[in-house]
Design a protein. Sequence first.
Length: 126
Amino acid sequence: MSKKEIQTDLAPQAIGPYSQAIDLGDLVFISGQIPLNPETMEVVDGGIREQTRQVMENLAAILKAANLSFANVAKFTIYLTDLTDFSELNQTYAEFLSEPYPARATVEVSQLPKGVKVEMDVIAKR
């Protein structure tokens, strides 16, 4: 198995011992992305919509670095600190995707890094 790291300056740098993404040839696994501005490494201002938008932009940048797009994404896992944000998250999330939508799991968690409201990771297929 060939394993290649995917890295781009257009998405936040890893804040721990992990890669932005790992390319296994047919599959690309993107690490959890939080709403950090890649230039400042600070959490974006605003609520769930702004945070969701930044996470999706970060994911898009990593997908692009792997020569992929959201059309290649097979599965999203979304972590929310408050499931009452679910509807607003969906509205912003849908702006970036088209049918058929990827498979998805959304779970509520007690905390996320840097106190953010949302984190997402994806699995994409070439």
